[in-house]
Design a binder for this molecule. Structure first.
Ligand code: NOJ
Length: 538
């Protein structure tokens, strides 16, 4: 690692979804003391940092991505003192803490939005949000035809007749980032958490803050943040040029705390070249690599996305990131359990074709081992180290994701990947908390994935992750350089060689190969079977 290398250049960052990680008080919802009590387990797993999804006061209409107060902790998750204790304990263990920042919208419970509702059209209170008069003789039509990501129109009318914009749920009004007060407020929120010792922010909907000034209509069927419209039909609500000024200002704040504080963009923009605009030297430090997450499980697609990711990030001198799972998509164990690539991002339910669990786990282990051999920074999502799949049979009446209601029960949403994780096979709620209560139901099969069933068991997914993280560190894979072999899907990173067999006949390793780690056992002849990744030296 060079002198100038910083922790986030090669960090493995573990995403904690606070509601579903560990419940200290038995109310069925995870909390900060629960997280603090398990930080040592994460250190022992071998990660460098944790990123926590939002834990701020919130009516929880979008699982906390509807923030009512950016400088406090929701009583369901604890107190500000609990947050301080969590950060202190993480630091004592040598872990960095990254928190989630949600700047595109507030909750409708936020004091600003409540003040806006109580104020007149055209007032300064309304100008922090995007209020407009409607169209038609009595203003009864929304100002434009934009659609909400969760379904239905992106506009809601208030009693005095004006409409406000919400690209997400009706309880998530979009802020107006042309407003100076909004800009100043978020600079202050950054400082608030930096002063408390956090090392970074994951920036929610980073491509959405600035909208086309004319709020131009957009004739495109799917208006969600992850759509890939043609270059000549760019969306008026996503990826506007103006967002970059915001991140330049934020970068100055972070830099004033030193080079070890970082920003990572959640920016669903395409093509991949546009993502690099968020990680230019004076903007954010990293952006999530969603094209990698969605790449199909074929040698050609994997190689293409890896090459393209490294090459495009290099054009701006940015670190490449890798991610396979998070709280918004089907876990990779589930995605890869379908032989035909799935169209939907999330939401398998009872009655839907179910994944092949064994195939999914086998491929997920191979995919993870491939990912952790790549240079750059990698993100893990809680539970993937247990090989956890989605809960694909949650009864519809127990669903919590607003997508289910707002889509008129046509899209099931993201609950399946958010189910509380299992720690102990034989404890209530599989050790998630002291009671048998969990805010989403855990399937009976969770016992077999429990951490205590896997700890110390050679070949378990937990031990595979632990070994991979240890070797990744000792061989400096995160700061290495990738060189492809001339044949097959194989590459070299420093002194480690990596081979994945995606299909077909078992593949022989070079003569003299010494296996460091393999996602599954090799066959009787020492060859690499299908859907297996091997790290070796030669
Ligand atoms: C992206 C978050 O990851 C997702 O969970 C949330 O619903 C939307 N942004 C809106 O904040």
């Amino acid at each position: 690692m060079s002198q100038t290398s910083l922790w986030w250049h090669d960090a493995v960052i573990y995403q904690v979804y606070p509601r579903s990680f560990a419940d200290s008080d038995g109310d069925g919802m995870g909390d900060l003391p629960g997280i603090t009590s398990h930080l040592a387990d994460l250190r022992e797993l071998g990660v460098d940092a944790v990123w926590l999804s939002p834990f701020y006061p919130s009516p929880q209409h979008d699982a906390g991505y509807d923030v009512a107060d950016y400088r406090n902790v929701d009583p369901r998750f604890g107190t500000l003192a609990d947050a301080d204790r969590m950060i202190a304990e993480a630091h004592a263990l040598g872990l960095k803490v990254v928190v989630d920042l949600v700047p595109n919208h507030t909750s409708s419970d936020h004091v600003w939005f409540q003040a806006a509702l109580g104020a007149a059209p055209g007032s300064p209170e309304r100008e922090r949000y995007i209020f407009r008069d409607g169209k038609g003789p009595d203003g009864e039509q929304p100002p434009n035809g934009w659609r909400s990501t969760f379904g239905g129109p992106a506009w809601t009318r208030v009693p005095d007749g004006q409409w406000y914009l919400h690209l997400f749920d009706v309880t998530q009004p979009d802020l107006d980032w042309d407003n100076a007060e909004v800009r100043a407020e978020f600079l202050d929120i950054l400082r608030f958490w930096l002063d408390r010792g956090v090392h970074g922010f994951r920036v929610d909907v980073a491509h959405g803050l600035v909208k086309d000034r004319d709020l131009a209509d957009w004739d495109y069927p799917d208006q969600g943040p992850w759509v890939v419209p043609p270059e000549d039909n760019r969306p008026p609500m996503w990826d506007q040029e103006g967002v970059h000024d915001i991140y330049r200002a934020w970068r100055e704040v972070l830099d004033s705390y030193g080079p070890d504080r970082m920003l990572v963009a959640e920016a669903w923009v395409q093509p991949v070249e546009r993502i690099t605009r968020y990680v230019r030297p004076d903007e954010m430090h990293q952006a999530f690599n969603f094209p990698y997450l969605f790449a199909h499980w074929t040698a050609a697609d994997q190689r293409a996305v890896i090459e393209q990711s490294l090459a495009t990030n290099a054009t701006v001198g940015a670190i490449t990131t890798w991610v396979l799972s998070n709280h918004d998509v089907l876990r990779h164990t589930t995605r890869l359990g379908y032989r035909e690539p799935l169209k939907q991002l999330s939401g398998i339910g009872p009655g839907d074709p179910q994944p092949d669990a064994a195939l999914g786990l086998r491929r997920a282990r191979a995919a993870t081992l491939l990912m952790l051999a790549l240079p750059g920074s990698a993100y893990l999502y809680q539970g993937e180290e247990l090989g956890l799949p989605d809960h694909t049979e949650i009864p519809d009446e127990l669903r919590q994701d607003p997508t289910w209601e707002r889509s008129g029960h046509t899209e099931r949403g993201r609950d399946g990947c958010r189910v509380p994780i299992p720690w102990e096979a034989d404890a209530p709620s599989y050790g998630f908390g002291p009671s048998d209560h969990s805010w989403l139901p855990q399937p009976a099969s969770w016992a077999e994935y429990a951490r205590d069933r896997q700890a110390g068991v050679p070949g378990s997914t937990l031990e595979l992750y632990r070994d991979a993280l240890r070797l990744r560190r000792s061989h400096s894979l995160g700061t290495g350089t990738l060189t492809w072999d001339s044949t097959g899907f194989a590459f070299r990173n420093g002194d480690v060689r990596v081979l994945t067999n995606f299909d077909g006949e078992p593949v022989a390793l070079p003569v003299g190969a010494g296996v460091l780690l393999s996602s599954e056992p090799l066959d009787g002849d020492g060859r690499v079977p299908t859907d297996v990744t091997v790290w070796f030296t030669v």
